[in-house]
Design a binder for this molecule. Structure first.
Ligand SMILES: Cc1cc2nc3c(=O)[nH]c(=O)nc-3n(C[C@H](O)[C@H](O)[C@H](O)COP(=O)(O)OP(=O)(O)OC[C@H]3O[C@@H](n4cnc5c(N)ncnc54)[C@H](O)[C@@H]3O)c2cc1C
Length: 286
């Protein structure tokens, strides 16, 4: 089955990061991505930097750009002004998110009216432009959700508000993904579910992310990645081969669209037995 990928980047924070960002983006551009997405305030990056980065990508690349936007920490007026600025720059795709900025969320409420949930935020976005909207979902349940049923209700509300697709948090457990898909199907969520794939270049860092996100790291991954601890070339090879196998397994289940968390790392197009293959990160030391 055909595979198409979108690729997520975070705004680079310094000159070395800039070079890596543009090199990776340049490689990926040749693979006909469905879109590039640029995070908003994630991994410690400044929110202002996102808009500037998007402006540069729009100037340098023909690939459509999706802007992540988080409403938590901003008033309605502030975040909709950012969305209007993006619209005026030619951005048609938004990844609409809550974010995790609890401290600023309290301050924002002192400044003005704020969104309470992503569904309301989507409605606000669609009032200013017919954006194509993606939202986040969590095969292993968001760590702050009360339970899996509530998590799916929250997701359903985002889809009912107008989301065109749902992109998963990274995960490694295909059974958990299938259980999630069953819950989504039972709830009547009919938009595409796009698996989010994190190529594992730095196993230790990945386990730290995974703990924060509630992503289970299966024992077999510890075994698979432990020989690469002090060997960047092997780590790069394992990252690529694992991600390829994982995408293949999901492709066999019927998934054709994937969202790759590039972490701005370089990639290559992998060809293999499955036929059309996704672009998976290659080097660990760019
Ligand atoms: C594809 C993807 C892209 C992302 N991009 C960014 C980004 O660019 N910038 C960034 O800062 N973050 C990003 N995130 C992280 C995201 O902001 C967090 O996961 C956030 O905690 C939830 O955002 P949401 O949009 O899923 O919110 P929601 O849909 O509101 O939450 C998802 C679930 O968690 C529950 N929940 C969330 N927060 C709470 C709470 N405080 N109390 C109780 N329940 C809660 C909801 O009820 C729901 O069940 C991304 C995540 C994904 C999967």
């Amino acid at each position: 089955m055909t595979i198409s990928c979108s690729y997520e980047f975070f705004p680079p924070g310094n000159a070395l990061g800039e070079r890596r960002f543009w090199r990776t983006l340049g490689c990926l551009e040749t693979l006909n991505p469905s879109f590039f997405s640029i995070t908003y305030g994630a991994l410690g990056s400044a929110q202002d930097n996102s808009v500037a980065t998007i402006r540069n990508v729009l100037a340098e690349s023909q690939v459509p750009v999706a802007a992540h936007l988080t409403f938590e920490g901003s008033t309605k007026e502030e975040i909709i002004n950012v969305a209007a600025q993006l619209r005026d720059m030619g951005v048609d795709k938004i990844v609409a998110l809550r974010g995790d900025d609890r401290d600023n969320a309290i301050n924002a409420r002192k400044r003005g009216d704020c969104y309470d949930n992503v569904a309301e935020f989507i409605a606000g976005l669609l009032e200013i432009h017919p954006f194509d909207i993606s939202v986040a979902c969590y095969p292993e349940v968001h760590p702050k959700a009360r339970n899996a049923a509530d998590d799916i209700l929250a997701l359903k509300s985002k889809v009912d508000a107008g989301a065109n697709r749902v992109i998963t948090q990274f995960f490694f457990d295909i059974d958990a993904m299938q259980r999630f898909q069953d819950r989504a199907d039972a709830a009547g969520i009919s938009v595409p579910v796009v698996p989010g794939i994190l190529p594992v270049r730095d196993f230790t860092k990945m386990t730290q992310f995974a703990e924060r996100c509630g992503t289970a790291v299966p024992k077999h991954l510890y075994e698979r990645f432990s020989p690469a601890k002090d060997d960047p070339a092997l780590a790069a090879h394992l990252a690529k081969s694992h991600a390829e196998e994982f995408i293949d397994s999901l492709n066999i289940l019927g998934y054709e669209k994937f969202h790759i968390y590039t972490l701005n790392q370089p990639i290559e197009l992998a060809q293999c037995a499955a036929g059309s293959r996704a672009a998976i990160p290659k080097a660990a030391n760019a």
